[in-house]
Design a protein around this ligand. Sequence first.
Ligand SMILES: [Zn+2]
Ligand SMILES: [Zn+2]
Length: 235
Amino acid sequence: MGTWQDLFAAKIADMHLTEPWTLQEDDSLQVHVLKPGWKEFVQRRALGRFRCSQCFHEWSSAKAHILFHMHRHRGQGMVLMRAFRQACRRCPDPQLEEPEFSKETMERLLHNLVLKILKYFYHLPIQPANLLEVVVDAPVAGPHDSTRCEGCQLGICSEPRLAPVVDAREPSMDADKARIHRTLKSRGVSPYATRTHHPSPTNSNFPWKRCCCISSFLLCVLAVLLFVLLYFIQI
Ligand SMILES: [Zn+2]
Ligand SMILES: [Zn+2]
């Protein structure tokens, strides 16, 4: 949990949140079962890696889900998290294994969590488009095995629209991409455009000048040659 807590603390500091917030793992958390004053955020469909503790088989899943319950009281915040587990499909009697996430996925996931905290407890206007995609492009082999997925057993995988993240997933990425694209375009176009405008006149003018010089020089040479020829013919 060290890394989760370190990254969470860094994200809190990044967002200029001065109140203390803590993050703890809690395997007893239940979806939609909240004490009064607590808020829920389910980060669904993150890309997680699993490893069987019996046969050491490893697999990736784009259906790793994490449940967060958060609460703020007297200037202090607390987040409880539970990552849903999956079981190995090669073993006859497998254990449920905890997912592991890349640092990038963890950062994106915690970024979304902190945005939710800012929205729920500090009333900042957070749009669904601000949330980041947590499934990074990566090949995930094989179909999803519902019988070996804790999320499926608890109804998280099958729930089509539990968290707004899912609604926002495609648009947010598209919006981000579009925004980045627009920014790059606005920055890139003006110097590019001036550069394309400048070479064309210089390119068209320059050969003309050179051509004039060369042709006048050749004419002079021809005139001199003609003059010399005529001079000798006359003699
Ligand atoms: Zn196994
Ligand atoms: Zn599932």
